[in-house]
Design a binder for this molecule. Structure first.
Ligand code: ZN
Length: 320
């Protein structure tokens, strides 16, 4: 069983900044880096193994070569690789958007829907994001407000701070606001229905496509509820805080100072995304890491340690 470091795929969407290169050490020639896809088997951008004997394979090829057992028993119910993990640097506002649920997305788009979670890694003073509606609205009001450009009068703007968690179940209207850098853990999907784009134009000088009719079919018109916060738990050499748990992914924030003894049992692979600090993961393999690195650990690896001083998010697929 292996422990490998991954190299991401990059996206230069119009709202992106340069912090993933300047602050997170990402090596990429794109002028803007909006997103780095740190754990991805998606056809639109795959992570690549960069250490060990499998270096050079895409994550999908690596799983193919080693067999699906390295994903763990809890992944058997998923036909495809279940999740996608990104770093997102929003220098400008993202479009107001919504993602469909599995039933709709599989029927209409031929891929999974998208439930996602945001963990605020860093943000500017006064940064805000958009999360659902302030009150329940009717289908007619939703349609009318899209048509006359007054949707933002009924959407919920939330001030953010470092460490905040937002759980965005499919169907929830949302937009990351400017000046926010997040780690996003999501279902493995690239289906987004854009409703409002602040009148911007894309790289070709034309307005980016909107998907209003589909958005009307999938958007939940009730206010989104804040996700309950879990306490940080002190363990030997680290603290652990549950960020969110759902049928698709369970994510924890860890602060390691010294040595954390962790495990990847047969139930699930483990993904580590390093948000600050440096150190090494030691088990069947030893993989050094620094801020911004993404590490994949096969299910069944058993005990491994994280040595160093670092902040990271750990994601696995758990039965909930
Ligand atoms: Zn989204």
């Amino acid at each position: 069983m292996s422990i490998v470091r991954l190299t991401p795929a990059f996206k230069d969407y119009i709202w992106g900044g340069t912090r993933l290169r300047d602050d997170f050490g990402k090596q990429c020639d794109l002028e803007k880096i909006a997103e780095s896809w740190e754990l991805s088997c998606h056809k639109d951008g795959s992570s690549v193994v960069s250490t060990g004997e499998y270096a050079g394979l895409t994550l999908a090829e690596y799983i193919e070569k080693k067999g699906r057992d390295i994903l763990g028993e809890n992944c058997r119910k998923f036909e495809n690789f279940p999740i996608l993990i990104k770093l997102i640097d929003a220098k400008d506002n993202l479009s107001v958007q919504v993602h469909p649920d599995n039933e709709y997305a599989l029927r209409v788009e031929g891929e999974y829907g998208k439930t996602e979670m945001w963990y605020v890694v860093d943000c500017d003073e006064g940064a805000q994001l958009l999360y659902g509606f302030t009150k329940e609205i009717s289908k007619e009001e939703f349609a009318a407000r899209i048509a006359d450009n007054t949707l933002l009068e009924v959407t919920n703007s939330v001030p953010v701070k470092k460490g905040d968690v937002f759980f965005i179940r499919s169907g929830t209207l949302h937009a990351i606001g400017k000046g926010i850098l997040i780690a996003e853990i999501q279902q493995n999907s690239n289906t987004t229905y854009r409703i409002y784009d602040y009148g911007r134009v894309g790289k070709d000088g034309k307005p980016r496509e909107l998907h209003v009719e589909k958005a009307k079919e999938v958007t939940s018109l009730k206010p989104a509820q804040p996700y309950p916060e879990s306490p940080a738990v002190s363990k030997d050499g680290y603290t652990e805080k549950l960020l969110s748990s759902c049928e698709y992914f369970t994510t924890y924030a860890l602060e390691v100072d010294g040595k954390a003894v962790l495990a990847a049992d047969k139930s699930s692979f483990v993904s580590l995304l390093i948000l600050d600090g440096e150190g090494a993961v030691r088990g069947d393999d030893t993989v050094d890491f620094k801020k911004g690195d993404s590490i994949f650990i096969d299910a069944g690896t058993g005990e491994f340690t994280v040595d160093g001083k670092c902040s990271l998010v750990l994601t696995r697929i758990e039965e909930v």
